[in-house]
Design a protein around this ligand. Structure first.
Ligand code: CU
Length: 285
């Protein structure tokens, strides 16, 4: 327990920093010292700056600047996330191409990889992203903004948020793919070959409905299925769909795992008008 007497001492600098970062934190001018900005944000949001957290698959390491309302999010209560994407050279990213019907795909994963959300913030003309989200439990969450800057390739910006409230420990990761996975009213066999770092891994789903027939999949966000991976170390892996067969319930993706280790995947498929999430774990050698 922290002594109560500490609270006024901590609160004042937090509020000051919050104003500094939302008012002056992001401009379209290149920033001379992005680290300085990031570290100030770090005091506020436990924003980590380590290069090891970058997505190796991205052409440039980008940073997601995170501000929240309220400033200290609490589990179970709606939080407005106000986000800005800073590219590797410190400029704010404003012009975004639409990919899979959205400008930004925001993936939110709790440390321990037991909580997952995939949502789509609104993007204004200045490149400011806004969305309201309710974090289910307390803990630190990583935010991965998946986007495509106009005229550039695909990229991912990384940020994080600490959420107060009951924070049950995440169950340990147990590899279950290749194999059969049952979740959210769907049964699927999932294969992944080769499960080797630095190679193109083909991840194939064959989905069945509750009666063991092929699941009749419906497209959503411009594809029959969506898949993302995050490593145990918190590294985001971008995945491309490569094959779709709606009537056979087959969807295949290509993933590039940067390093060996455990990765959690979340496949998303729409059936009977509902988007279902299939979580699973792979062990990449
Ligand atoms: Cu999305």
């Amino acid at each position: 327990m922290k002594p109560l007497i500490m609270k006024p001492l901590i609160m004042k600098p937090l509020i000051t920093l919050g104003i500094v970062s939302t008012t002056f934190g992001c401009t379209s001018e290149p920033k001379e010292n992005v680290n300085d900005h990031g570290h100030r944000q770090g005091l506020h949001q436990e924003h980590h700056h380590g290069g090891h957290e970058r997505s190796h698959g991205s052409p440039a390491a980008a940073e997601l600047i995170v501000a929240t309302e309220p400033a200290e999010p609490v589990a179970g209560l709606p939080v407005t996330l106000k986000l800005m994407i800073h590219s590797a050279d410190g400029t704010m990213v404003k012009d975004l191409d639409i990919v899979h019907e959205e400008k930004v795909h925001l993936v939110i994963v709790r440390d321990g990889l037991d909580r997952f959300a995939h949502i789509h913030p609104s993007v204004d003309a200045e490149g400011r992203l806004t969305i309201t989200h309710t974090f289910p439990v307390g803990g630190r969450y990583r935010l991965f903004a998946d986007y495509a800057p106009t005229g550039g390739g695909h990229a991912t910006a990384l940020g994080s948020v600490f959420v107060a409230g009951d924070a049950p420990p995440a169950p340990s990761l147990v590899p279950n793919v290749p194999g059969d996975v049952e979740a959210d009213g769907l049964r699927t066999s999932v294969s992944a070959e080769p499960l080797k770092a630095g190679q193109a891994t083909r991840v194939a789903f064959a989905l069945a409905d509750e009666n063991d027939g092929s699941a009749q999949l419906e497209p959503f966000m411009g594809a029959l299925g969506h898949l993302m991976f995050v490593s145990a170390a918190g590294e985001y892996v971008h995945v491309h769909p490569v094959l779709e067969d709606a009537t056979a319930g087959k969807v295949e993706f290509e993933a590039h795992f940067p390093e060996p280790g455990l990765y959690k995947g979340w496949g998303q498929f729409k059936q009977d008008g509902q988007v279902r999430v299939i979580p699973f774990v792979v062990d990449v050698r």
